[in-house]
Write a protein that binds this ligand. Structure first.
Ligand code: IMP
Length: 204
């Protein structure tokens, strides 16, 4: 089975744009799940991999097409890995990057250890019942600032400082962010496996 079309299982337009840019060299038509009116998937699980798989399966079940999803978050060492898998809703409903960032600044008030990392798991399923989904993960390490800087990217990017570049993720050119980021690393790993033929042959 050769993949010609893939559904991108994300309703986060900025995250979807990053994934789309990473997938574009493959020559596969990438369709956002919004094209098919896929309702938002439940993300009830305590691990990134389970949530990513749930999102990919959900999109594939609704569209009948292969689907790719990522589940990601920021893990802050001084907060024992919080907000982690709950990053999107750290400050509660409705989801808000501005309130999440304000809460992170508040929670880290007084801490000298500002180290943190972004983490993602990317999952590709050939069909909703795929018994051997392709799975890859990635990490990106940095420091949490006391005030936001930059306007690019999304989520916690304005607080995520890269000492070696003296810039936050929100000050980076989007192409450079994709070269360095957790999502870029995971996608390159996944695409490498795709190109080795892991999705060809029997659908399994
Ligand atoms: P998800 O869409 O359920 O995977 O939630 C991911 C959340 O983690 C986003 O809403 C952001 O708050 C955060 N996040 C993940 N990746 C990034 C990134 O590349 N930059 C900034 N925040 C991110």
């Amino acid at each position: 089975m050769m993949i010609e079309k893939l559904v991108l299982a994300s309703n986060n337009a900025k995250k979807a744009a990053e994934l789309d840019a990473l997938l574009s060299p493959l020559g596969i038509e990438v369709l956002p799940q919004s094209v098919f009116d896929v309702p938002e998937a439940e993300e009830p699980h305590p691990t990134f991999v389970e949530n990513a798989l749930a999102k990919a399966r959900h999109a594939s079940a609704h569209t009948g097409l292969p689907a790719i999803a990522d589940d990601s978050g920021i893990c802050v060492n001084a907060l024992n890995g919080e907000p982690g898998v709950l990053s999107a809703r750290f400050a509660g409903e409705p989801k808000s990057d501005a309130r999440n960032n304000a809460l992170l600044i508040e929670r880290l008030n007084g801490f000298t250890d500002r180290s943190a990392f972004f983490y993602t798991v990317v999952v590709l399923v050939r069909h909703a019942e795929d018994p051997r989904p392709l799975i890859a993960d990635g990490e990106w390490h940095g420091q949490i600032l006391e005030a936001p800087r930059g306007t690019a990217g999304f989520g916690y990017d304005p607080l995520f400082y890269l000492p070696e570049l003296e810039q936050t993720a929100a000050e980076l050119d989007p192409k450079l962010k994709n070269t360095l980021s957790h999502r870029g690393a995971a996608m390159r790993h996944l695409l490498g496996r795709l190109q080795q033929g892991h999705l060809h042959g029997a659908a399994g």
